[in-house]
Write a protein that binds this ligand. Structure first.
Ligand SMILES: [Zn+2]
Length: 328
């Protein structure tokens, strides 16, 4: 067998592993003057992310009756991290973090887990206080105190050109109004874990093409930030729910176009934008990988693509980083 032949077989194997679309998309040149389906600069597509296996905690802090495990060393801007509290007769746990109150969720035989999130605009700083409050069955409480370093998110800058029929969306007030509407949804924390043990998945098995957190300049006038990831796809591509949950928004928004928000419980929300067709209604329960709509070109876009975003405890976080985080 020649080296060339072996290389070909190895490549074929890798293509099957990573998902054919992710690799094929790298070979497609983006035509001049065509956005290539993106509302921004087309970067090198990254392979489809998969959820990490369960890992050991990075930091262990001992309280009087409980232990707190942190599954991260530090937190990047726009990042998410997992915490676990274990001990005898724990009846609940919350955390005070960057002016947020975080509700922990119980997992049978494993104690309580909580998700720490950091906004993409949060200042980098070494010592950010984290207080985890543990409540016991007899009504007693204890607080475990520590601090967490916030490091840079490493965001890129992108120039985006909107077509003339969409330039009316270059309005900071419109964007502020839409974000305020979304925030009013995200502050409602339902204490029901609706995702299952298989965790979260990509809404479509296609290449990611424009990253979370990017500093975006629209038509050289409007400065904004990218709250999710963009995914290369054509109009009509089916969009799947990332995990089970309850639809808390299904309708038209100026920037996000036809948009769906799914509440997964405990402050975790996923958002699906620019769709041509929405198949679900507010209040509906959906299962993981259920088709919730079709990709489109509605809202503030420069061409057909799909935008996927996740908010955790009231902050936009990197949906790909979230997907790669092991979730109990
Ligand atoms: Zn986007």
């Amino acid at each position: 067998m020649t080296l060339k032949r072996i290389t070909f077989i190895v490549l074929l194997f890798l293509v099957c592993l990573a998902g054919a679309t992710a690799i094929v998309a790298q070979d497609e040149p983006t035509p001049e003057g065509d956005s290539g389906g993106m509302d921004a600069v087309v970067g090198t597509p990254i392979p489809l992310p998969t959820q990490a296996a369960r890992s050991a905690p990075v930091q262990v802090l001992l309280g009087e009756k409980s232990r707190l495990d942190l599954f991260f060393a530090n937190m990047p801007q726009g990042g998410v991290g997992l915490m676990q509290v274990e001990g005898e007769d724990i009846s609940g746990a919350t955390a005070d973090w960057l002016n947020h109150l975080i509700e922990f969720f119980p997992i049978e035989g494993e104690g309580y887990y909580g998700l720490l999130s950091v906004g993409m605009e949060q200042a980098t700083r070494r010592d950010n206080p984290l207080v985890v409050n543990v409540t016991y069955a007899d009504g007693s409480r204890e607080a475990i105190n520590t601090s967490v370093e916030i490091v840079q998110g490493g965001f890129i800058r992108q120039e985006v050109q909107l077509p003339p029929d969409k330039t009316y969306l270059l309005d900071a007030e419109t964007e502020r109004g839409e974000l305020a509407r979304l925030e009013s949804i995200f502050v409602q924390t339902s204490t029901e874990r609706m995702w299952d043990d298989t965790g979260f998945t990509m809404p479509i098995p296609a290449a990611l093409t424009s990253p979370f957190g990017a500093f975006r300049v629209f038509n050289a006038t409007l400065n904004t930030r990218h709250t999710g990831w963009d995914i290369r796809c054509t109009i009509g591509t089916p969009i799947f729910a990332s995990a089970s949950g309850r639809v808390v928004f299904a309708g038209m928004l100026p920037i996000r176009g036809n948009h769906v928000i799914i509440d997964h419980g405990y402050g975790v929300y996923s958002g699906y934008s620019h769709m041509s067709v929405v198949n679900v209604t507010t209040g509906q329960l959906v299962t993981k990988e259920q088709v919730i709509g079709m990709a489109g070109n509605t809202g503030r876009t420069s061409g057909p693509h799909f935008h996927w975003e996740i908010a955790v405890n009231g902050e936009w976080i990197d949906s790909v980083a979230f997907l790669r985080t092991w979730m109990p």
